[in-house]
Design a binder for this molecule. Structure first.
Ligand SMILES: O=P(O)(O)OC[C@H]1O[C@H](O[C@H]2O[C@H](CO)[C@@H](O)[C@H](O)[C@H]2O)[C@H](O)[C@@H](O)[C@@H]1O
Length: 361
């Protein structure tokens, strides 16, 4: 398929192309009007129907990619691309807006640095992408912000010089002193203290372990279902579950969570995510890291956050409320988003990272 080809493709493979004109950049300051963008499912009020609806709504199966043919769909796509143009297409205005400011990079992992695949354990990052991230981190402080457990995402990325915010930001670790060139070199005694920066949900560890075991038991009878332990949160994957069984899966998850009112449910790409009710998300992690880097109240900072998922909307929302930087959504579909720009896939993310490095050289 070419970029501009006419083809019907399954989820995760559709393309938006038009260059935009009326996009919202720099992002305006906003209040707390994120609607349900972060994909939170209200456990208390939710009827089974709304769980299922939400799972289906986040899993569109087919989409026409035909700028010249599918006029109705295109109008929507073009309109969306005008509001969220390609960050590559608008690269010069992006760099101009960041001029004189310190760029800080925030990168989601799955769907952003690695393509979405069926088996979560196989979502490896290419060497080319690793090199692009490594180069970008030479120029700008860089953090990986992921729903995955921190150790797991580190094992995929394997770059010691980055910050890592695992478990949707509930487990933040800075680079080791030796590799961190963005902070003043600490003494030997400081090195260890600087290692883990923030774990706001540590009291939930035993509960998460308990719920993990219960969910593994429940999911054992659902073909294709998989439970992933992300340390401070859990993922119940339904990408490989027959759609006819999604209702059963949702009901099983709900039956477990009914007994745990201190846990909440959010939704990602064909995954239900269970996490503590604490007010902490990828947006809070972004703010925490900006503070840790000394940029909390600075106006000369330009955070760039790139992510593909509903949970990344919390970070886009923070950028909007700060009136700073740029949120970039990785997607092939028009989606409700607070991001200012878009990219279509991890390959385009890699291109953008490379362009940023070139612009700095
Ligand atoms: O915040 P992220 O780094 O984007 O993590 C979100 C979830 O990503 C992973 O699941 C997603 O990617 C898998 C591999 O491509 C795919 O199989 C799955 O359907 C996606 O939902 C990860 O496995 C989850 O634990 C994360 O919560």
């Amino acid at each position: 398929m070419t970029k501009h080809g006419v083809v019907v493709v399954p989820e995760d493979t559709v393309v938006g192309v038009a260059a935009g004109r009326h996009f919202s950049f720099p992002p305006p300051r906003t209040g707390d009007s994120c609607k349900m963008l972060a994909g939170q499912i209200d456990l208390g009020a939710a009827m089974m129907g709304s769980w299922l609806d939400s799972m289906k709504a986040s899993s569109p199966r087919y989409k026409l990619v035909a700028p010249r043919v599918a006029a109705a769909g295109d109008a929507e796509q073009d309109d969306w691309m005008e509001k969220h143009p390609s960050a590559l297409g608008e690269f010069e205005s992006l760099v101009a807006a960041a001029s004189g400011k310190q760029i800080v990079m925030f990168l989601d992992y799955d769907g952003t640095l690695s393509p979405i695949v069926e088996d979560p354990d196989s979502a490896v990052m290419t060497d080319e992408m690793r090199e692009a991230v490594r180069s970008v981190a030479e120029h700008f402080p860089t953090a990986i912000v992921s729903g995955r457990g921190r150790d797991k995402v580190f094992n995929f990325v394997r770059l010691a010089e980055l910050y890592y915010a695992g478990s949707h930001g509930m487990d933040i670790q800075g680079p080791t002193a030796d590799s961190n060139h963005h902070l003043n070199t600490p003494s030997k005694g400081e090195k260890q203290a600087r290692s883990v920066l923030c774990q706001p949900a540590s009291e939930f560890l035993p509960m998460i372990g308990e719920v993990h075991d219960l969910l593994v038991e429940k999911m054992a009878v659902i073909p294709g279902a998989m439970v992933e332990n992300n340390k401070f949160c859990l993922s119940v994957h339904f990408r490989c579950v027959d759609e006819k069984t999604w209702g059963t899966l949702a009901e099983q998850v709900r039956s477990v969570l009914r007994e745990y009112p201190r846990l909440r449910l959010t939704q990602g790409r064909k995954v239900l995510e269970i996490r503590p009710v604490i007010k902490w998300d990828k947006g809070r992690a972004l703010e925490f890291l900006l503070g840790a880097l000394g940029f909390a109240d600075r106006t000369d900072v330009f955070p760039i956050y790139i992510g593909d998922d509903r949970t990344d909307e919390d970070a886009f929302k923070v950028l909007r409320s700060r009136g700073q930087g740029a949120g970039i959504l990785v997607t092939r579909f028009p989606k409700d988003t607070l991001a200012s720009f878009s990219l279509r896939d991890p390959d385009e993310v890699k291109d953008l990272l490379r362009e940023l490095v070139i612009s700095k050289s």
